[in-house]
Design a protein around this ligand. Structure first.
Ligand code: SAM
Length: 88
């Protein structure tokens, strides 16, 4: 679960909960966000857009990505709940 927007009223917060619905993004890897080396691997970042009044979260490349290269983003949003210390 990833909190992308933390609001005082929880019903206005934006949370991604992939056990309800998923897509091809399930194949994207996480970075070990406890090390500088892990952080350097990140090649995707989350961006929120308003599309016809609905909030959409896109994963956007933060640099050129070569064909065949693994995709990595930071699984943790605000809460840092996802353990990533063992990620390679
Ligand atoms: C959304 S899947 C990531 C895609 C998965 N690696 C695959 O091949 O289908 C999430 C799971 O993959 C594993 N994972 C993701 N990133 C990893 C990494 N950098 N190193 C090791 N395991 C990772 C973790 O077990 C995590 O719960």
């Amino acid at each position: 679960m990833m909190t992308l927007l933390h609001a005082a009223n929880p019903s206005q917060s934006l949370v991604i909960c992939p056990d309800k619905r998923g897509n091809v993004a399930r194949f994207i890897n996480g970075i070990n966000n406890h090390t500088q080396e892990g952080k350097r691997k990140q090649n995707l970042k989350c961006v929120r857009y308003d599309v016809n009044g609905e909030c959409r979260v896109l994963l956007v490349a933060n640099r050129d990505i070569s064909k065949g290269e693994r995709l990595y983003y930071d699984y943790n949003g605000y809460e840092q709940e996802y353990p990533t210390q063992h990620f390679v």
